[in-house]
Design a protein around this ligand. Structure first.
Ligand code: SAH
Length: 431
């Protein structure tokens, strides 16, 4: 099969085969949605997306292993180990910037196959001398039982254990091969408090969005309804009057004619902000997105091809670009936000070129060398993932605070220690 990357322009193709799981049409999802619409009327796009992706029985993420060359899409951590390694360095740098707290919780939202966490932890063990006595633990927020098993396999080599009862906040726990504790949760709320660095890669784009259309009568919400001509088909409709969402989620000074708002993403950002403010830490969010400029980005991918978002729901991945300006607004003024900067800029600032050279120096196999170079190109090339993907960070207010000016005149100029720059968002200079 010739297949398209989820983020990519139509001409970017990878060779992939589609997952056999997805060939079975799960009509049960369509039936579930049509009976819901019949009983309560058209549903919001957010509800449609939430049901299709994370319904506990038939949801797309719950049933499938969609990641990688054999799935529906491929992501940066799956393309190259360098990606996770550089994020590992970023996390350690932020831990140092916070004054090396004794506890470091690494919390990943939507960890996919667990590759990113695994690459980050490898860097942690290589930099053990830097981390010293800090007690490190891994916390994974994942709704999909199928993916959590795959993560457990990759990170703990199948030594993890499922909780006895379904309503335990920690539904699985184990130890990594290096002996670090790992816990799995369905919701961020269940993760224990404490100094944490949060990582979310291609997580926010999977959260449900509301869609709004500007009309002559004002903002109206776009909903999903049954097509009256074809009862087995769904179609978009625009509500005749405002909905609660359309009257609360659209900005008063909005200039676009169509907007997508991910209210759930806003809630998660606020939870992160509260934790970072109260317990210290940082969040790194990487996804494809824009800074409040794009309009209609809701789309579906199946077998690496673009797919009709309303056709055979549950068999295709649904996604929308992340609006970073909305996340920044929801974060509020109590924290410091950095970015978004492009993936290319972030990875170059993190030293991807040097890392590539080191790996190439230690590698003689021509195929591996070729693969290292092509995956570097995939991640950083402006026409590939380099500019479509953006990095955004939420930091504790004190992280960027200017050192206080010293009172009074002192003849002897004291050197005030400068803050450690935030890696990735500024070019690091070694002087
Ligand atoms: N970060 C990984 C996977 C991205 S796919 C990578 O970059 O390769 C999205 C991930 O988020 C999957 O693991 C999916 O199961 C998870 N996910 C989607 N919606 C979620 C939600 N509402 N709560 C928790 N996890 C969710």
């Amino acid at each position: 099969h010739s297949s398209m990357l989820r983020w990519g322009p139509p001409q970017t193709r990878l060779s992939c085969s589609s997952s056999p799981d997805l060939e079975k049409p799960p009509h049960s999802m369509l039936r579930h949605l049509t009976s819901k619409i019949k009983s309560t009327g058209p549903i919001s796009v957010a509800e449609y997306m939430r049901e299709v992706l994370t319904n506990p029985v038939t949801g797309y993420y719950v049933r499938n292993n969609m990641l990688g060359p054999d799935g529906d899409f491929i992501t940066s951590p799956e393309i190259s180990q360098i990606f996770g390694e550089l994020l590992g360095v970023w996390i350690i740098s932020e831990w140092m910037g916070a004054g090396r707290p004794k506890q470091l919780q690494l919390v990943e939202l939507g960890p996919g196959k667990g590759s990113l966490a695994s690459d980050i932890l490898r860097v942690f063990s290589q930099l053990q001398s830097v981390l010293g006595e800090a007690s490190v633990s891994l916390h994974l927020v994942e709704v999909s039982p199928t993916l959590s098993q795959l993560q457990a396999q990759n990170l703990t080599g199948n030594t993890s254990q499922e909780a006895d009862s379904e309503d335990e906040p920690v539904y699985r726990r184990g130890k990594t091969t290096a002996g670090l504790p790992v816990c799995w949760y369905r919701r961020l709320d269940d993760v224990p408090t404490g100094f944490s660095v949060f990582v979310a890669h291609e997580f926010f784009d999977a959260l449900p969005i509301h869609k709004f259309q500007r009309t002559e009568k004002g903002w109206r919400e776009v909903m999903v309804d049954i097509d009256p001509e074809k009862p087995d088909h769904l179609r978009f409709v625009v509500t005749p009057s405002p909905t609660l969402a359309s009257s609360t989620l659209v900005q008063a000074d909005e200039r676009r004619d169509h907007v997508e708002v991910c209210a759930e993403g806003g809630v998660i950002i606020q939870q992160l902000v509260r934790r970072i403010t109260e317990d210290g830490g940082a969040a790194l969010i990487a996804d494809y997105g824009h800074d409040g400029t794009k309009t209609d980005t809701f789309r579906a991918f199946k077998g690496h091809q673009l797919h009709d978002v309303l056709a055979s729901p549950g068999t295709a991945d649904l996604t929308a670009d992340v609006d970073f300006s909305y996340l920044r607004r929801m974060a509020g003024g109590g924290v410091a936000c950095m970015g978004p900067v492009t993936q290319r800029t972030f990875l170059k600032n993190m030293g991807i070129d040097t890392r590539l050279q080191v790996l190439l120096r230690n590698c003689t196999d021509p195929n591996t060398r070729k693969q290292l170079i092509s995956s570097y190109d995939m991640l950083t090339n402006r026409a590939k993932m380099g500019e479509r993907f953006l990095f955004f960070s939420v930091l504790h207010q004190s992280r960027l605070a200017k050192p206080k000016k010293q009172d009074g005149l002192s003849l002897e100029k004291k050197k005030i220690p400068a803050q450690l720059p935030v890696a990735g968002f500024t070019e690091l200079s070694f002087s």
